[in-house]
Design a protein around this ligand. Structure first.
Ligand code: MG
Ligand code: MG
Length: 250
């Protein structure tokens, strides 16, 4: 069932989105060689709770931490731990927070120290594919207009988009209908209407789009071991175009 949000619900989602955006900004600034993913997780939980919010992911289907930290060929859902970041790594930080029962969800990919030209191109392309998807998130368009824009951007740079994990509706639940794939045929699928709130989250790989699940039951990696990047925002469809709820105003 598709849940369109009322004005007062959107207001809570703006606040949740703001908490997530601010927390990710602080985490990005903390990324450097030698920092462990556990330390980043502790910062995230502290910053979310300091803002009167609650981590979305901790305890979600048994997930043990506040953020997902996925390094290099890890695509999504990596579990924070004692692993220390090294110069040349790509780390994906995925963060969610709840304010008055409503979720915000956003992710960024951050280079650790100096990284390869190819890694920089992957990050830039994935971010640009998210922006292209957001630009299609407007009333009257169809859900696959978003995925088509993401896919065209990513494949246009010679990369692939993950099929097995997709974006989603969001609200009182972290994952609601509709699914928001990062691929598809333009002009098809659910019609977008004001009040719909979705998380758009391209996962873009240098090599194959195929994935594999590690034995921890959470961490998703590329099947060929090549690099992956991930960006995500929570977006409200409004009468006046897409509103990015997880962006931090400059
Ligand atoms: Mg997320
Ligand atoms: Mg998400």
């Amino acid at each position: 069932m598709i849940m369109r949000k009322r004005a007062e619900e959107l207001e809570k989602m703006r606040r949740a989105g703001r908490v997530v955006g601010e927390t990710l900004q602080i985490l990005q600034a903390a990324v450097k060689p030698g920092v462990t993913t556990q330390e980043l997780d502790e910062i995230a939980e502290r910053e979310i709770r300091a803002r009167g919010a609650v981590p979305s992911f901790k305890g979600y289907r048994g997930f043990p931490a506040t953020i997902c930290t996925s390094i290099n060929s890890e695509i999504v859902h990596g579990i924070p731990g004692q692993r220390a970041l090294k110069a040349g790594d790509l780390i994906k930080l995925d963060c969610g927070a709840i304010v008055e029962g409503y979720h915000g969800d956003s992710a960024v990919t951050v280079p650790v120290g100096e990284v390869s030209q190819e890694a920089l191109k992957l990050i830039e392309t994935t971010d640009r594919s998210l922006q292209a998807g957001i630009a299609e998130a407007k009333a009257g368009n169809r859900i696959h207009d978003i995925g088509a824009a993401v896919q065209t951007t990513a494949e246009g740079a010679g990369f692939s988009v993950v099929r097995e994990y997709v974006g989603h509706g969001i609200g009182r639940a972290l994952h609601e209908d509709p699914p928001v794939p990062n691929y598809g045929k333009p002009g098809t699928g659910l019609k977008l209407e004001p009040g719909l709130v979705i998380a758009i989250e391209p996962m873009v790989n240098i090599g194959t789009f195929e994935t594999r699940l590690l034995p921890d039951g959470w961490t998703v990696v590329t099947a060929d071991g090549a690099l992956s990047a991930h960006f995500e925002h929570t977006i409200a469809i409004t009468e006046n175009g897409p509103e990015v709820l997880t962006a931090v105003p400059a």
